[in-house]
Design a protein. Sequence first.
Length: 275
Amino acid sequence: MILAVRDEAKGRRTVAELTAEQPDARLEVRHLDLADLDSVRTFAQRVHADHQHLDVLINNAGVMAPPRSLSAQGHELQFACNHLGHFALTGLLLDLLTAGRNPRVVTVSSINHRQGRLRFDDLAGERGYAPMAFYNQSKLANAVFGRELHRRLTEAGSPVRSLLAHPGYTATNLQMSGPVGLWRVVFGRIGNPLFAQPPDRGALPQLYAATEPEVESGAFIGPDGPAELRGGPTRVRLSPTAADAETGRRLWEVSERLTDVRFALAAAAQRPPAP
C-alpha cells in the first residue's frame, strides 16, 4: 500500500501505528500534493519507476471551504485539489491500473454534490466566490468525473472499474482545518459532536467500493442511515447532474485542457492484467 501524503512526518507516524498492529503490512510513504499538478506528475513518475502494476487507486484528498486561494497552476484551490489533481493522477496511473488484479478507481465525493453547480464560465471564482458553494462544486466534479470515467472505461473495454463513494458526515479535522468563520462553528464545533460518525465508520463506503468483489462499475456507495449521514455501506443515488452524460463530456474536456493529461484508454484496455 502506498500512502500518498502532503506531510511525510505524519505519514511515517501513521505507518508506525499500522505496522505495530499489522507487522506484515507492506507500506510506503510518498509525498503528493494533489493541488499541485507538478507534484502529481512527479509522484506518478516515481510510482512507474518502482511498480509494474496497481490494483486500486483511492482518490480521497480534499480541502473544504477555505478562503479563496489559487493553486500553483492558478486554479481555484478546492477545484484543483479535490478534482483536477485526482483527474490527472488517475490518467497518469491508468496503465498501471489496467495491468492490475481486479483493478478499480474509487473517487470520494460527498452528500454535498447534490447541492453543487459547475460554474464552467467561472471555475476559478474570479467573478464571485463563496467557500461552501465552491466546495460543493468540487464534490459535484468528483461525482461527474467518476461516472464519466465509468462510461469511458466501459466503452473502451477496459478491465478497470470506476466507483464513487462518500463518507456521510464523519468527524475528521476537515471541518476544523478548512472552513472559515461561521462554517467552522456549524460543521466542526456543533455538527461533529451532534451528528457525525467516527472516522473508522466513515471510511467503510470507500473500503467497500475498493474491495467488494461484486460491486459494479459506476456504483455510488454511501452510508445506509437517515439522510446518508451515517451507517453501513450501501448503494446510493447520484444527482441527475452527476449522471448526465453531456455534463460529463464537458467536464472531461475542460479537465484535459486544465491539466494537460489525456487518458490512453484504447491502448490501456489492450494491456494484459498482472499474473
